[in-house]
Design a binder for this molecule. Sequence first.
Ligand SMILES: [Zn+2]
Length: 371
Amino acid sequence: MLDQIDPKRLHATVEALAKWNTRNTNTPELTQAAEWIASEYRKIPGMQVEIWHYTIPKGRRVPEEKQVVEVIAKLQGEDDRLVMVGGHMDSINLSADIFSGRAPGANDDASGTALALELARVMSTKKWKHSLMFIAFSGEEQGLNGSQALAKRAKDENWQIEAFLNNDMVSNTTNDLGKKDDSHVRVFSEESDKHQSRELARFIEWVCRGKVKSPDGKTPFEIKLVLRKDRFGRGGDHSPFNDQGFNAVRFVEVEEAYTRQHTPNDLPEFSDPKYHACIAKMNLLAMSALAQAGTQPSDVLIKRDQSHHTTISWHKTDGVKYMVYWRDTASAVWQGSKEVGEADHAVIENVNKDDHMFAVGAMGGIPVPAK
Ligand SMILES: [Zn+2]
């Protein structure tokens, strides 16, 4: 399935979106771009497509409160649990008039919008246990308005969101100093008692590890976890979902070209389609696992004995297979894992509970930390 991700098709979407003079949320061009994106989703068999209207409030970059649109495309699975991916289709020019200034927004964030569309095309060729949702947000550049509105709707309508993967700037490989990195992508996540975003990020790193090659065809393509909710002082569309208690993370390139962001110079020629495809593959690996995951275990407990082995027990669901994970307390990523089948307990030999963190997950699901 990874081979179905097509760098040329990804890049063609970026080029198509960058042709509008701007995709500023306040302009008619944003509506035109949304209609074009919706028409692309409607070409995909089985896709339910909604152009959703919400109200963006008057603000610093919004002269008057108004109705604007964003695109929601859904593939119904066997059940209503949702695995979501998206990016923001809107762009902005902060170096000239923000409404009329040229804002191609190729990397920020036609790249994330294109990635979600590409995943929809590829994932529509298979049946999934959970439902899949693909989003093109608007209002991001005005203050995350579109994601705030949708996260609130999700909460109000009691959507069962397993995970939301936000992709915002995922095609650029070089920074302003000429430094290049095309073999990593950053995943930002928030640590909180209200959701499991950090555990989602760790799971994504684990499930993608060793599975994708960098554009050179040799170097492993790797996830760099960043243990904060977003880049310093900056925001993204995953955060309003975090705030509503949903599991959500942000994918973003490693090297940013700050001088091109929000300028007429955020052009498709600075996007690397092969790098873009690597990040799409990471999203596909994570979504594919999450979309098939069984019910998560509950009451995941470590036995309080003085043994060199670690015994873990949990409340299981019949027919669900489980995986036990462990890592050194100082490691951000899982270092060991063991499939244990339909068990409700496991003994991990010679890994001590004093120096390690443990978790148990249904196969493909976000691991639940053991207490
Ligand atoms: Zn952005």
